[in-house]
Design a protein around this ligand. Structure first.
Ligand SMILES: *Cc1c(COP(=O)(O)O)cnc(C)c1O
Length: 366
């Protein structure tokens, strides 16, 4: 292939490795009952109200959606008491991240982030010709003092994944406040809160909209993929300043949030009952997992998301294989260069019990 056919940054990039799809495992093993605890999806399923909204809207799919997603943005604005012009939407949080790097990163610019953290920050920055400045976690947490010391004239963005994926733990409101007041105003602070509804059960979790009010160069990312159970329809949004939201309007996919996703999102916001039920189940399921890790003297990180990162004390690629033979899918730690760790999503209580029992079997084999 012609060597310089592609944008030069592409050569440095690696494709995102998603959680293994259920269909693949079914096909490989010839079994039907798969327990997927690999992508932090909602084990209760989607909000029934969202499903109903999609059903009704299905008859209108010959019509283009409202590209600006006005009604959806107004619903979100009402919920958080911000202006609808401070909100932009995307085809999942994933597109929001691409929009952010596309908006700010010039070749040579820098973006500071933790290591390990959500891999799409780095790929978005590198794609635009920027440099990802990756600072190792300290006691499993973002090293904010390190972040502050690495800010320089080239720094455009700071990514904070809160709770962090894959570790699941939070940065507290005091820590976020320290970071926000220690960095220059022109550096854009990106707070990825994909797991917001789970995390806010922790009293020390920041109310980041207060940070945005004081500091306009802040972007808060949220998604409907996790707690609302809408990962399949792709719907994410960001809260930011009116200035930033207006600039995004120049580059976003005009109809990237489709008609069904908008309808589902609007219904899901109004289904707080489903969200509460999901978060309650999450912490019950997490208790079961924590008990297993404790009983087996395995280190795990206290999580306020819907997954747990644990050190199983052996190569987790092997554990991944053995679990998969039993129809259970998790994420092995080598993806983050932490070979003896694994990330497992909380499931229904039944799914979590299946995971725990399988792990007990695997430990006996060892
Ligand atoms: C899941 C996730 C997202 C966004 O996912 P989408 O499905 O694209 O909305 C963003 N950040 C983190 C840390 C996530 O785990």
């Amino acid at each position: 292939m012609e060597k310089n056919l592609f944008r030069k940054e592409i050569a440095e990039m690696r494709a995102y490795i998603p959680g293994k799809p259920i269909e693949d495992v079914k096909r490989e093993l010839g079994i039907d009952d798969i327990v997927k605890l690999a992508s932090n999806e909602n084990p209760l399923g989607p909000s029934p109200k969202a499903v109903e909204a999609i059903r009704e809207m299905a008859y209108n799919i010959n019509i283009y959606p409202d590209g600006a997603a006005r009604s959806l943005r107004e619903d979100i604005a009402g919920m958080y008491e911000v202006d609808a012009d401070q909100i932009f939407v995307g085809n999942g949080g994933e597109e929001i991240l691409k929009l952010i790097t596309g908006l700010f990163i010039n070749p040579g610019d820098e973006a500071i982030m933790a290591d390990p953290t959500f891999s799409l920050y780095e790929s978005g920055v590198v794609h635009m010709g920027g440099t990802a400045v990756k600072l190792p976690l300290k006691d499993h947490k973002h090293d904010f003092e390190g972040f502050v010391s690495r800010v320089n004239d080239r720094t455009k963005l700071i990514f904070v994944c809160n709770p962090n994926n894959p570790t699941g733990n939070i940065m507290t409101s005091d820590e976020i406040e320290y970071l926000a007041k220690s960095i220059p105003e022109h550096v854009v602070l990106v707070l990825d809160e994909a797991y917001y509804e789970y995390a806010k059960r922790n009293r020390n979790y920041p109310e980041s909209i207060d940070i945005l009010r004081k500091r306009p160069n802040t972007i808060i990312l949220r998604t409907f993929s996790k707690v609302a159970g809408l990962a399949g329809v792709r719907m994410g949004y960001a809260l930011t300043s009116k200035d930033i939201a207006a600039e995004v309007g120049k580059i976003r996919g005009v109809f990237s949030v489709n008609l069904l996703a908008q309808a589902a999102g609007r219904a899901a916001i109004k289904d707080q009952e489903h969200i509460e039920k999901t978060v309650d189940l999450n912490y019950e399921s997490m208790d079961m997992m924590e008990r297993f890790f404790e009983d087996n003297n395995m280190e795990y990180i206290k999580s306020n998301a819907n997954f747990v990162f644990a050190n199983v004390g052996m190569d987790s690629k092997d554990v991944f294989q053995k679990l998969q033979q039993r129809g259970i899918i998790i994420r092995p730690g080598f993806l983050w260069n932490m070979d003896t760790w694994l990330r497992v999503s909380t499931g229904t209580l039944e799914q979590t019990q299946i995971f725990v029992s399988a792990m007990e079997d695997i430990l006996k084999e060892k």
